[in-house]
Ligand binder design. Structure first.
Ligand code: X2X
Length: 339
């Protein structure tokens, strides 16, 4: 009888403790940070990521998505610090928002550096991409995969932009990352730093004239046609998204769960990248959607792009030093080969 009671107690204890010691140690919620909302490929990938991780770990890793900058209270350039501190466990973060802490990430914002997705993919897969991941990891954040916001196109509510002079005096909202101020000043515009949340209000109130963001990941989901009537496709900067995990969180996971997390991030990044590029190349569907909603779209010819490029050459040269000569050179060589 005594033996039977001991056996029953032992079974009951196992049932209370759950499937294993590691799972019992995990926190009930892992926080994932995003600057955007749930709609569009960026937000949708985060939702799928949370679902897949819950399913693949039998609920051990329960990710909750904090959309629209909730975790960093709107201050988007703080996201990397939150990851480093473990306040955010995960992030689907734009390289622009992390560039104040990892200045080499400004590589992607150097004006007119990346001519194509092919060139970008080759740089990410090559030595420069690996170097950037190492630099991020050295700062307490484990990068898992390259996803994408996209090529950033300029919009405004005032006039069509075909040449640098058309930007003269336009008040353009940019992220609080200094390279953007340099670029837009060089173009004769009047750039102003603003967080994305605040920018929505500024567009509605008309306190700024324009902004720059990718078509599929941001302009369409945020219905920017409500305030921005003109878009110029100039592909002046690319904005990757990195799926990453805090080193503190990473170290708390079992090796088997780390593998699941990495694999899921890689899958989601590929899915998201495809979504962020849909209707932009080999199809005009994304631009058609803008036109359907009343936007006027200007597609620049290579000669027209060259005029903007020439105006921003000094900014490019200045930022080679900030980003690092070797890194920029390595990227330039890959770009030249894949153009
Ligand atoms: O704030 C922006 O413009 C956005 C949404 O693209 C970024 O987070 C960089």
């Amino acid at each position: 009888m005594k033996r039977l009671i001991v056996a029953i107690l032992a079974v009951a204890l196992v049932a209370v403790a759950g499937p294993g010691p590691a799972a019992a140690q995990y926190k009930p919620e892992f926080k994932n940070s995003l600057v955007v909302g749930p709609s569009g490929p960026w937000g949708e990938a985060a939702a799928k990521f949370a679902d897949l991780l819950r399913e693949r770990t039998q609920g051990r890793i329960n990710v909750k998505n904090y959309y629209a900058g909730q975790l960093f209270a709107g201050k988007q350039t703080n996201e990397f610090t939150l990851l480093n501190q473990g306040v955010a466990d995960f992030a689907f973060g734009s390289t622009i928002n992390w560039s104040p802490q990892v200045k080499e990430l400004n590589l992607f914002a150097m004006p007119f550096m990346f001519p194509s997705y092919k060139a970008l993919d080759a740089v990410q897969a090559g030595a420069p991409g690996q170097k950037l991941f190492k630099l991020i990891e050295a700062k307490g954040v484990v990068p898992l995969a390259w996803a994408e916001n996209g090529f950033r196109q300029i919009t405004n509510g005032k006039r069509a932009v075909r040449k640098p002079e058309d930007l003269a005096g336009l008040k353009i909202r940019v992220v609080g990352s200094p390279i953007f101020i340099d670029t837009f000043r060089a173009l004769g515009a009047n750039p102003i730093n603003m967080n994305w949340g605040e920018a929505q209000q500024a567009f509605q109130q008309g306190t700024v004239d324009g902004q720059e963001n990718p078509v599929v990941s941001v302009i369409i989901p945020f219905k920017l046609w409500n305030s921005q009537k003109h878009l110029t496709a100039w592909h002046y900067a690319i904005d990757p998204v990195i799926i990453a995990v805090s080193k503190l969180t990473w170290d708390s996971l079992t090796p088997a769960d780390r593998e699941i997390v990495r694999k899921t991030a890689v899958e989601m990044a590929a899915w998201e990248k495809a979504g962020a590029r849909k209707g932009l190349e080999g199809s005009t569907a994304a631009y058609d959607e803008l036109k359907k909603n009343g936007m006027e779209v200007v597609m620049l010819s290579p000669a027209e792009v060259a005029a903007f490029k020439a105006k921003t050459r000094a900014v490019y040269d200045k930022w080679v030093g900030e980003v690092g000569v070797d890194l920029v050179k390595a990227a330039e060589q890959i770009v030249a080969k894949t153009r």
